[in-house]
Ligand binder design. Structure first.
Ligand code: UD2
Length: 312
């Protein structure tokens, strides 16, 4: 599907990843509508493009508003969610509503309008798996309400594809970082926290021994995966890992952040986060095969751009 000239709805479009996606869609010549209840998104993320989009401050649980916005859309990018894993542990019921019913509302709005859906899922669906790297076809053992809710969303998408022909993919994001990531809570992405501390000269807090590893992917690459997943028809309904295929430890990350910001902070170690996953790594073959996606941004470049953003 060609994106230019078509209309797309981005749920959670005022958020960290969603707002970058809105920018990219506009740059491609698409028309964009956004639904966001601003629970964790910020209007300032959309401020430069506000006069070029249609914005509704509403929840994806407001089905009538969602359905109205989906009218005339070729596709829906579903990013709106309770995005913090620990928050879903604290509030399983409220997050179940938003994350589980939200995805069904989106799929239903898509079905009624003949739109495709690209669903933002998460590596959280894998849980703690002794076999690494994570491969899409492996058995899943999510360990948080968040992981269970994302898996439910994936399976709803699969069923909607088979039952009603709603096209699209579920994208399993690994650890996303970049400009506009909000460092405002202890559960914010670790890169945003580290950069914030480094620039202030505050100590960097590593939770645990720092030998845990993650696959950090730059936000522009995640946006690219979304665009390709919307454009590419065929193989629809299945989940796809969105990762770089490379990992680094938290210790290495702390060093890299200091190098990029030209600062020297003390590294402090605190107790490991309860339920923290030790290692996370991804096979990235399916993304290449199905949607011709490969992460492009070298880590040094991504981190430099992110530091620049936080400095400004
Ligand atoms: C990421 C995703 C989450 C889910 C999960 C799936 C983010 C922000 N979260 O959780 O949504 O998809 O992956 O597995 O991308 N850490 C420190 N110091 C700090 C904060 C964190 O050392 O001040 C450590 C933390 O203990 C963990 C690592 O950094 O080992 C990454 O933490 P995170 O919260 O950025 O992301 P993660 O992997 O828990």
């Amino acid at each position: 599907m060609e994106l230019a000239g078509k209309t797309f709805l981005v749920t959670g479009g005022a958020g960290f990843i969603g707002s970058h996606l809105v920018d990219a869609l506009l740059a491609q010549g698409a028309q964009v509508k956004v639904i966001d209840n601003l629970s964790t998104g910020h209007l300032h993320n959309l401020q430069p493009v506000m006069d070029r989009i249609e914005f509704a401050q509403a929840s994806v649980l407001d089905f009538d508003t969602l359905l109205g916005l989906a009218k005339g859309c070729a596709g829906i990018f579903h990013l709106a969610a309770v995005v913090s894993v620990p928050l879903t542990v604290k509030e399983p019921l409220q997050s179940h509503e938003v994350n589980s019913r939200g995805v069904v509302n989106v799929l239903e709005a898509a079905r009624l309008n003949g739109a495709r859906v690209v669903f933002s899922s998460s590596a959280a669906v894998y849980g703690e798996n002794e076999v690494l790297p994570h491969e899409e076809e492996k058995p899943l053992h999510p360990l948080s309400p968040y992981g269970v809710q994302k898996l439910y969303g994936e399976q709803c998408l699969f069923a909607y594809q088979r039952l009603y022909g709603v096209g699209g993919f579920a994208l399993r994001y690994f650890n996303v970082y970049g400009p506009r990531q909000d460092p405002g809570s202890p559960y914010s992405g670790v890169i945003s926290l580290f950069i914030n501390w480094a620039l202030r000269g505050d100590p960097m807090k590593i939770l645990g021994d720092g030998e845990q590893t993650r696959d950090f992917i730059y936000v522009a690459d995640v946006v690219k995966a979304n665009l390709l997943a919307m454009e590419t028809e065929g193989g629809d309904g299945v989940p796809i890992n969105v990762a770089t295929g490379k990992t680094m430890s938290l210790k290495q990350l702390a060093e890299a952040v200091m190098a990029a910001s030209g600062t020297k902070s003390e590294v402090q170690h605190g107790p490991a986060r309860e339920g923290d996953i030790r290692h996370s790594s991804a096979l990235v073959e399916r993304a290449k095969e199905l949607i011709a996606f490969q992460a492009q941004t070298p880590f040094e470049e991504g981190i430099a751009r992110t530091v620049e953003f936080f400095r400004a």
